[in-house]
Design a protein around this ligand. Structure first.
Ligand code: ATP
Length: 464
C-alpha cells in the first residue's frame, strides 16, 4: 500500500503508519488515481434481490434529478465482508432530504425526517429500511456533545466517519454504478481485519466511538490498530466520556449487548477501562467474567425455550454489571441510565436476598417446588437469569429453569368467588388461603378442584 498525500493541507487525516497532512484536493486526486474497483458483480451475487432493486431505483431517481448518490458506510462494509445486509445507508450530495421525500413518494414508502441531523429514513413497502443522509460536515462545539451539522462535500462527509472500514462508498448513478470509492484505505483495513480511526481527534470529537470500536472489534473479530488503541486509552484517561449524556451511553451499551458475544465485548470494554463510565466501582473480576458467560448460556437456553417472550438483554447484562455495587450505587446508576424503578428495586431486593436464594437453590438436598416458587416469584425473568448465573451450580440452574418452564405458570382452580360461596368473609385471609392452595398444587398435594375445595375446608376448620 503506498500513501501519496501532499503536504500543507488544512485537514489532518490519520492513516497508517502515522498522521499525515491531507488536503481535500489531494483526496480528490486520490479518487482519480485509485484503481476503480467495480462492486457490481458482488452486488449481483451477494445482495438480496429486494435490496438490489432499491439501490437501482434510488440510482435512477437521483439520475432523473441530476444528483450524485452513493451507498455508504455499514452497508458497503457488510457487502465487502459478504455478510448479510438488511438495511441500506444512502448518501446524496447536498439534497438528501429532498431526495428522501421524492423517493418515498415514488416508491410509496413511509418517510421519517430527522431534520436536526439532516437525515431521513424511508421504510419501503416490503419493510426494508433505507437511511438517507445529505453529504455533510460536522463540528463538535465541545467534546462529547452532539455534533452541529453543516452542509459539506462528499469528501467531508467521508472524513467525519468513525473508522476506515465504515468510510467506504459506492456510486449508484448510471455509468458508475457499483464503483467503490475508498478514500481512507478502508478496503485494505477490511482485508487485514483492522479497526482504525480516520484522524487523531476522532475520540475527542465523539467518545461514543470508543464503544463502537469495541463493538465492531467483537462482531467482526478484528484488531484495533495500535495507534487507534492508544487514542482510545488517552480518551478514556481524559474521561472524555463523562461529557456524553447517559442516553447516548445507554444506546451504545444496548447495541453492544445485542451483539452475539456480549461477555466478550464486556471483556474488551474492561480492557480499555470503559466500564468506569457505567459506574467507577464496576470492577471486572474473574468471577464476573465467568458469570457473564453463564448468563450468555442461560439466555440462549431461555430464547430457545421461550422464543416469543420478550426480555431485555440490556437489563440482563447491565443488571449483572451493577449487581455487586452497593445498593445506593445501584439505585443511582439505575436512575442515571433510565432503568425502571421497578427493575432497580428488584435488583436491590434480590441482591439483599441473593446469598440465601443461591444457598437454598444450589443445595443438593431436596427443595420443595413451593419453596423454589416463593423464593423466585415476583422477579422478572432478567433478574432470574442473573441469579441463575451467580455461581456454577447445576442444582441452581435446573431449579430456576424448572421454575421458568413449570412453576411460574401454575395456578389453582379455586378462586376468590369459590371462597365466598363457601361462606368465608372476603379479606386478607383470601390471599393466605389461595397461596396455600397454590403451594399444595405445586408440591403435588392437590391435583383437582375437588381436592382444592377439600383443602380449603380443612384449612378453615383448622383455623376455627
Ligand atoms: P451496524 O451494522 O451496527 O448498523 P453501521 O456501520 O451501519 O453498523 P450505523 O450506526 O448504522 O452503523 O451507522 C452508519 C454509518 O454512519 C457508519 O458505518 C459510519 O460510517 C457512520 N457513523 C455512525 N456512527 C458514527 C459515529 N459515532 N461517528 C462517525 N461516524 C459514524
Amino acid at each position: 500500500m503506498t500513501h501519496c498525500f501532499g503536504t500543507g493541507g488544512l485537514l489532518t487525516a490519520y492513516f497508517f503508519p502515522s498522521f499525515l497532512p491531507l488536503t481535500i484536493s489531494t483526496i480528490r486526486d486520490l479518487i482519480m488515481t485509485t484503481k476503480p474497483t467495480d462492486l457490481t458483480p458482488l452486488i449481483q451475487k451477494r445482495l438480496e434481490p429486494r435490496l438490489r432493486k432499491v439501490l437501482y431505483s434510488a440510482g435512477r431517481s437521483a439520475d432523473a434529478l441530476g444528483w450524485k448518490i452513493y451507498c455508504v458506510g455499514g452497508s458497503v462494509r457488510d457487502l465487502l465482508l459478504k455478510k448479510d445486509t438488511f438495511d441500506l445507508d444512502i448518501l446524496v450530495e447536498e439534497h438528501g432530504l429532498e431526495f428522501a421525500r421524492h423517493f418515498a413518494r415514488e416508491e410509496k414508502g413511509t418517510l421519517k425526517l430527522y431534520r436536526r441531523f439532516a437525515t431521513a429514513m424511508v421504510i419501503m413497502p416490503g419493510g426494508i429500511k433505507v437511511d438517507i443522509t445529505t453529504t455533510r460536515g460536522e463540528f463538535y462545539p465541545e467534546p462529547g456533545s452532539l455534533p452541529e451539522v453543516i452542509p459539506g462535500s462528499f469528501e467531508e462527509d467521508i472524513r467525519r466517519r468513525d473508522f476506515t472500514i465504515n468510510a467506504m462508498a459506492f456510486s449508484l448513478n448510471r455509468g458508475e454504478f457499483g464503483r467503490l470509492i475508498d478514500l481512507t484505505y478502508g478496503l485494505d483495513d477490511l482485508n487485514a481485519g483492522i479497526i482504525r480511526v480516520l484522524h487523531g481527534d476522532s475520540f475527542r470529537d465523539d467518545p461514543t466511538r470508543i464503544f463502537r470500536a469495541v463493538r465492531f472489534q467483537q462482531r467482526l473479530g478484528f484488531t484495533i490498530e495500535p495507534r487507534t488503541e492508544e487514542l482510545m486509552r488517552t480518551a478514556v484517561n481524559l474521561k472524555l466520556f463523562e461529557k456524553v449524556s447517559p442516553e447516548r451511553l445507554r444506546h451504545e451499551l444496548e447495541l453492544i449487548f445485542k451483539e452475539p458475544d456480549p461477555p466478550g465485548a464486556i471483556e474488551s470494554m474492561a480492557r480499555y477501562d470503559e466500564l468506569r463510565f457505567i459506574h467507577p466501582r464496576v470492577s471486572y473480576t474473574d468471577e464476573l467474567k465467568a458469570q457473564l458467560y453463564r448468563i450468555r448460556e442461560n439466555y440462549a437456553w431461555f430464547r430457545g425455550r421461550f422464543g416469543e417472550e420478550s426480555i431485555s438483554r440490556f437489563r440482563i447484562y447491565f443488571g449483572a454489571l451493577l449487581f455487586s455495587l452497593p445498593e445506593d450505587a445501584i439505585a443511582e446508576t439505575g436512575e442515571k441510565f433510565n432503568l425502571s424503578l421497578k427493575f432497580s428495586g428488584q435488583l436491590t431486593g434480590v441482591k439483599r436476598r441473593s446469598e440465601e436464594i443461591v444457598r437454598i437453590l444450589s443445595s443438593p438436598e431436596e427443595v420443595a417446588p413451593s419453596q423454589v416458587y416463593s423464593l423466585l416469584h415476583g422477579s422478572d425473568v432478567e433478574i432470574l437469569l442473573i441469579i441463575m448465573s451467580r455461581i456454577d451450580s447445576e442444582h441452581l440452574v435446573s431449579r430456576i429453569r424448572r421454575y421458568l418452564t413449570e412453576y411460574r405458570s401454575v395456578t389453582g382452580e379455586v378462586k376468590g368467588g369459590d371462597l365466598k360461596k363457601l361462606g368465608i368473609p372476603p379479606g386478607p385471609e383470601y390471599k393466605k388461603i389461595l397461596d396455600k392452595l397454590l403451594f399444595a398444587r405445586l408440591d403435588g398435594r392437590v391435583q383437582s378442584r375437588e381436592e382444592e375445595l377439600n383443602l380449603v375446608t380443612s384449612l378453615v376448620d383448622t383455623h376455627d
